[in-house]
Design a binder for this molecule. Sequence first.
Ligand code: NAP
Length: 277
Amino acid sequence: MDIWMPDAATSLYGIIGHPVGHSLSPLLHNRALRALGLNCVYLAFDVTDLEGALSGIKALGIKGLSVTIPHKQSIMRFLDEIDDVAKRIGAVNTVLNKDGRLIGTNTDWIGAVKALEEEAGRLDTKKVLVLGAGGSARAVVAGLAERGARVLIANRTLEKAKDLAEQFDARWYSFDELPDVEASIVVNTTSVGMAPDLERSLIPSDLLPKYAIIMDIVYSPLKTKLLRDAERAGCKTINGLRMLLYQAVAQFELWTGKPAPVKEMEHALREAMEPDK
Ligand code: NAP
């Protein structure tokens, strides 16, 4: 069996965040790079000195970066260029090093939209309720607006729901108003469902039958309480790995200019998250 080894011509990509020890991105991207036989490698960098790290990235000629918590917003002031979509979302999750210029973009919205379109088809006729108004909600709402969906936003802090809704021509609600909100799709972008809120869901189970599709962008655990309740109520469900997969696919294609080996990447995720299957 041939074992691939980096050499003097190997291109380097990576993820910057803090912490990054549990990130699935190295697994996803290295599996994709190996599947296509590209002379590239992808590493995880635990970064607290963001400005220093970015000058190192330029100096070392690192070709592309994924950006995760806590740097998605703060990185924006250190980049040479930010594209319109990342400006609209207010966050960068992807950097391309183009001839020494660091260009920021955002692929989280593509991940969310593709994950939804797989189950729902076209979104321009759909009413979608987004739970949350944080960083990932901004990407999800931007993606839905781009596809022409009607967007409704509910958040614990109403002021944040209102600000986001006003930017994207959406409506906003408190969680108490959910019984009166009509939509066919719900997307949870809050951290409710993750530890320590493992046994909480923002949608009471008696309301679930009125929705056709429930997506949770939380992927640890894979089946949140919201998704377990939704399955029981007969809704179609989408877990957070689909968004994670498709945002990485979009990054890979931007960096390499080649179609990503989606099936390989999907297998890598499944092996990591569901080792018994
Ligand atoms: P964030 O910017 O901190 O926003 C957190 C959101 O959750 C806010 O809307 C916040 O409401 C809400 N929230 C937190 N605790 C709550 C509670 N106890 N009750 C009600 N609402 C609560 O975080 P983020 O970056 O958007 O990330 C949110 C989740 O998305 C994380 O679990 C992250 O792992 C996941 N994520 C997944 C993907 C993927 O590819 N699948 C990508 C990005 C993020 P307030 O505004 O009221 O504080």
